[in-house]
Design a protein around this ligand. Sequence first.
Ligand code: NDP
Ligand code: BG6
Length: 521
Amino acid sequence: MTKNKRKVSTEESLKFIRQSLKSEEMDHLEGTHFDSFFPHVFVTLGASGDLAKKKIYPTLWWLFRDNLLPKTTTFFGYARSNLTLEELREKCSPYMKVKSDEAEKYEEFWKLNHYMAGSYDTREDFAKLNQEIEKHENGIAANRLFYLALPPSVFEKVTVHIRNLCMGLKGWTRIIIEKPFGRDDMTSQRLSDHLASLFKEDQIYRIDHYLGKEMVQNLMTLRFGNRIFGPTWNRDNVASVQITFKEPFGTQGRGGYFDEFGIIRDVMQNHLLQILSLVAMEKPASCHPDDIRNEKVKVLRCIKSLELDNVVLGQYVGDPDSKDPEARLGYLNDPTVPVDSNTPTYALAVLKINNERWDGVPFILKCGKALNERKAEVRVQYQDVPGDIFDGKAKRNELVIRVQPGEALYIKMMTKSPGITFDMEETELDLTYCSRYKDLKLPDAYERLILDVFCGSQMHFVRSDELSEAWRIFTPLLHQIENQKVQPIPYKYGSRGPKQADEMAKRNNFAYYGSYKWIRP
Ligand code: NDP
Ligand code: BG6
């Protein structure tokens, strides 16, 4: 990343424009830097919305505060609401986490911001947006980033207007989009085709924010930067792999939105499947984003479409005994949810990867809302030790990669109980980040990902062929749930989900002993 405080003359800028244009190809190869001399314009479309105020503006502010963005970046908000910049600032303020000694910098940030009201389907408004952007490009040119924080209904029109009216003429233009990327294979393909008709794939950044999380990014390093895991990372040693996402709260007023999608589309088809592909893929030829994504696609192609027999679906009901009024309400008590909704709020699915490495090893994906805890983790459970000499006392090894909360990596293992005895006990090799790395402040997933877009690194973004494989795996099941009105199993708010899920995990070679005790150091 280049950093320079100098004011840049037009001539110098032009030189850098030329260099930058030449290096644009390199950007995609390297993706590790941006051109700090070159003006950048970050446009948030849907600036008045929830995502913008909760995630995008705070992320931009944190990146700006930490001097991580090109010095010459200006920010534009665009939405239908007639807001002043002051009102936009007010909306964002609860989420910006400004410390008392940052007031001056915070003012500087807002001075670089602009807001414009306009509709999403009017050509003239986008022409005006383009004029506004041009005014701030020092009369030269700029790299432009468009973040689409918009409902899918306006997606197509907005992207057409960007293509026709708002492309950077000399610098690059990149488009950042958020899920949902369609509802099934067909709708997603339609969207991909639409985007492909307007932009090149290397201009499109599909965000799956789980790919911006520290421990998800660590999977590559763990697997391919260590000798010890590689030789056992296969069907000869691994009994099952569990990838879990749990949230201890329900839909919290988002029921209307959630009901259209359900937990499989909301979490499993994207976040959990992305993690699965990083856990299961073969070693890429290099760390080049396309080498990695090629391997991810390849492993996804080895997975058959999911069948209902390999799935447990649940929907939470209120717990009348809970002290928390929220937990006394079930999913169907949410007034924005249809009274007879069969949308799952919990799902466990068993996927099999038909390749030489993983044949027969169950990959158990598990996710749910209104459960007993907040947690996201990967659990690689090893097989029993063959030729047991300890009367069945040895429990299986497990490698646990905890994504959140409290990033950690621990290996559950057996050890001789210390002392005169020859007994054995369960213990762990423990890499807990907050103990190992004192005062560590990890960046938020969005910070990493937005910075990646500036740098032109697509390593942590979803390519269209990955997306279409993901939909191929889940679409038949999703259609069956909808067409046959498959009924989810009720589970209590605050529980671990339906007991049928544990039974299915057990049938799929996941052993739970209930004997492991962790003593916090
Ligand atoms: P456990 O043996 O307690 O749990 C292992 C797995 O069993 C979990 O995936 C859990 O799934 C599942 N499970 C829990 N109850 C049941 C049940 N009744 N039937 C079937 N499956 C069940 O080991 P953990 O690895 O979870 O460790 C215990 C605690 O110690 C955790 O809170 C862990 O975070 C903590 N710990 C923290 C460390 C650190 O911070 N470095 C290191 C080691 C441990 P589910 O998620 O679905 O409930
Ligand atoms: C989003 C889902 O993608 O991820 C939400 O739409 C979920 O339903 C969220 O709450 C979880 O993200 P995180 O980063 O809080 O684990």
